[in-house]
Design a protein around this ligand. Sequence first.
Ligand code: AMP
Ligand code: MN
Ligand code: MN
Ligand code: MN
Length: 277
Amino acid sequence: MKFDLHCHSHYSDGKHSPSFLVHRALANQVTHLAITDHDCTAAIGEVKDISAMLTLIPGVEISCEWQRHEIHIVGLCINSEEPQLESLLLAQQAGRRTRLKEMGNELQKLGIDGLIEYCAKLTCKSLSRSHVADFLVEKGIVKNRQKAFKTFLTRGGRIFVEPNWCDMTEAIDAIHNAKGLSVLAHPTRYPLSKRKLTNLVSNFAIAGGDAIEVSYGNVDLHTQKHLTEIALAKSLHVSAGSDFHDSNAHWTDIGKYPTLEERAKKNAIWEHPKWHS
Ligand code: AMP
Ligand code: MN
Ligand code: MN
Ligand code: MN
């Protein structure tokens, strides 16, 4: 069995359709795939009947606030039609639209028009700063996405707008209410000290969190080992996924992440008593 429990389609900031992701997963021998779009579950229904050869795990990645830090919680095995989860995701999507409008206004003040029109043409239901970055690249304002984030979109950037995400505990509760399992995504991608990260994992466990991602993208073995240790110390399960967005980014692919350690495999989220496919 080969799992990829974290990736994005064009319904959030991924480049490809859900069916492209499923076919790519099959080509890469992935047996269990979760498409986990940012604050959006539109991909789930679209690929439900596409392939009998692969198990699709209904998923989502929710942007949250924890002690004024932005963190991401992945929900797996969710019932995406459950009303509490649905309304939380709709509120997050509305917040994203409001933020986009404000970023559009800030850009206009700088003499850059057309963001809203650009975004209106996208398939996306969960508008993200990545789309603003692509717009700035397409307009020739910046050379690449990285530059767009650095100069315009991160805190202190020229058009940074404070997001208004739900609290971490709300996301965990909504996922549980939708019969899902909650996973703290890519813990080392947050700008947190080691101590603060341990604190986050503790709070996540106290809030009822189920697992933490210990392997993703190009995470190094030392980091993976450290994360596995904190997870197991808190009796949490572990999860893994590529966080794939785009086939043009050659360093990522569906199913591509460092192999889990044996002790992690024994405590993998797919071994959780509440895991169901
Ligand atoms: P948002 O959820 O709208 O705040 O957008 C965040 C998304 O932008 C993340 O999910 C990443 O895919 C992407 N992202 C965040 N930071 C960067 C960065 N520095 N460079 C490129 N992409 C980024
Ligand atoms: Mn993303
Ligand atoms: Mn994320
Ligand atoms: Mn992600």
